[in-house]
Design a protein around this ligand. Sequence first.
Ligand code: F6P
Length: 346
Amino acid sequence: MGLHVGILTGGGDCPVLKAVIRAVVRRAMWEPDADVLGIKNGWRGLIEDDVQPLTRMSVTGILPRGGTILGTSRTNPNDGADYPSRIRETWEKHKLNALIVVGGEGTLRAARDVWHEYQLPLVGIPKTIDNDLDGTDFPFGFDTAVNTVMEAVDRLHSTAESHHRVMVIEVMGRHSGWIAAYGGIAGGADVILVPEHPFRLSNVCDLLRHRKQQGSAFSIVVVAEDAHPHEDEEFLDEDLKAQIYQGGRLGGIGFHLALAIERETGIETRHANLGYVQRGGSPSAFDRVLATRFGVKAFEIVLEKRWGEMVSLRGNKVVSVPLDEAVRKVKKLDEEIYHVAEIFFG
Ligand code: F6P
């Protein structure tokens, strides 16, 4: 009979996807009659029957490299009337017995729906640089992104210092401030602005002026892509707000904040948007180990036929939680972390 397991990577990429694919394939090799089929470009591969068998040779040498050998997309399997029947055809053609879905909030939410509506036997693995999945203490991908931010903040520190400037650094994270808070704390930022705490421009400017008076001629401001000015002190007009926050793509607050800071304080201010750099590069050791543990665990959950589960890190243990629970809400920045960050403002 054999055990035929599909694996797909969906949503935004990150550096550790190759490590998790490798782990699933290597774990499968311990079973005498199991094989792994790579589904290309997220859910789209199942819809379009775009697949690739994964062997030991396909995953040799990929551990330290960024991106995914399977490609990814944001295709939602619930968005097309004929998608379920096409998915079913691909499933039957390749005699699949199980699917491992690697993704962030959107991909795993779709997995939860597919599991409920079509009873496809599947298991999820959490991957996101944003750390906004509620069902796990950490997904893989976040640690590497934070290290990239930290390195960038270190580099921008020295140029800000040389020129006696304020440097505003915009980072990703979608509606949660995890990357900004962790990257900012690790890089020694002087102000960190996150979506969970709308900010007042006057407070930011006071902190920067105060730093200058105290003898620090430069400052580093880390701002999350979805950080908003407080409604009491709006400095963006409706058009700008639409450009920065709407349409599903976030980006631009750093540029406008830098302009406003320079206008209000008279301190020369520059901005840098780290953008997609945060999704590339070689994975950190923490992420490589976590993704490897997740991949092995997910395959073992498949062997146990515990469908509709997602692997999860709780404390230092890899466990599993129902997908229902994992995607119930977006995980916002922990207040304890924000409190620590705040101690270093100014
Ligand atoms: O979810 C990961 C992420 O990089 C977010 O931080 C960012 O807002 C978004 O994806 C960008 O999405 P896209 O790759 O579709 O431009």
